[in-house]
Write a protein that binds this ligand. Structure first.
Ligand code: SAM
Length: 237
């Protein structure tokens, strides 16, 4: 085994997630493939087995403690990078109908090979989230949209909320969410038809702090949003 399976099983249990033998074997394959692939193509700065287990896998699994995902629900992971949290959640919950989105092609090439190795299926989309948000195939189609370490909250909200169905949820995962970032995003959330449900601050098994902001989509997003990438960057909501 590449990973310490007992340590990973235990740290997942702390977040109420029970990993069976298939899930543990898939996580091991994932970690070994990520470390190997990263020698040729830079995907992540964290490549040691303990770092991958805690900072990528445990952190992704922690979401399951705070977010209820109905059986077979439609989920999109925006700016998924090397698959966090999306692919880890799919390993724990293979019933999810998952779409992985990223604007960087090399990440998607990795994800396609990874999913094949894991014998799991998900849609893999090379797109900017704000372009998907204006495409009827994706706009307001997802029960849940996740994003970890992608952008400042008010910008991230415009990327992600147009993809969420009314009544669905958006989960923003951050290393730390400071009050100022939340305050700056209040206008964007309201304009996009959403409101904050809860902020969950938690610690990983190595002591690192993390924040999760759970946002509920309460009404349809105006067709004006998302705006173009240039406008979002120049004039964030
Ligand atoms: N979520 C992964 C994680 O936690 O390890 C990757 C985080 S990485 C810092 C940010 C990722 O978001 C990159 O892979 C980048 O290509 C992607 N990204 C940034 N802006 C995006 C956008 N507007 N639409 C889609 N992907 C985006």
């Amino acid at each position: 085994m590449f990973l310490d399976a007992d340590a990973l099983r235990h740290s997942a249990e702390v977040f109420g997630v029970f990993l069976d033998e298939t899930a543990l074997a898939r996580l091991d394959t994932y970690a070994a493939f990520l470390a190997e692939y990263n020698q040729k193509v830079n995907l992540t700065a964290i490549t040691d087995p303990a770092g991958i287990a805690v900072k990528h896998f445990e952190d992704s699994l922690a979401l399951l403690r705070f977010l209820e995902l109905p059986q077979g629900c439609r989920m999109a992971d925006v700016g998924t990078g090397a698959g966090f949290p999306g692919v880890v959640l799919l390993i724990a919950r293979p019933d999810l109908q998952l779409t992985l989105m990223d604007s960087t092609k090399k990440k998607l090439v990795f994800l396609q090979q990874l999913l094949q190795k894991l014998d799991l299926s998900a849609a893999v989309l090379h797109t900017r989230a704000e372009e998907a948000g204006q495409n009827p195939s994706y706009r307001e189609q997802f029960d849940v949209v996740t994003a970890r370490a992608v952008a400042e909250l008010r910008v991230l909200a415009e990327y992600c909320l147009p993809l969420v169905k009314t009544g669905g949820q958006f989960a923003a995962m951050k290393a730390t969410l400071i009050a100022d970032e939340r305050k700056n995003a209040a206008h964007a959330l309201s304009v996009l038809g959403a409101k904050v449900e809860a902020q969950q601050d938690y610690a990983l098994s190595n002591g690192d702090g993390r924040s999760l902001l759970l946002v509920k989509k309460v009404s349809q997003t105006s067709p004006k949003y998302p705006r173009s990438s240039a406008l979002i960057a120049k004039k964030p909501l």
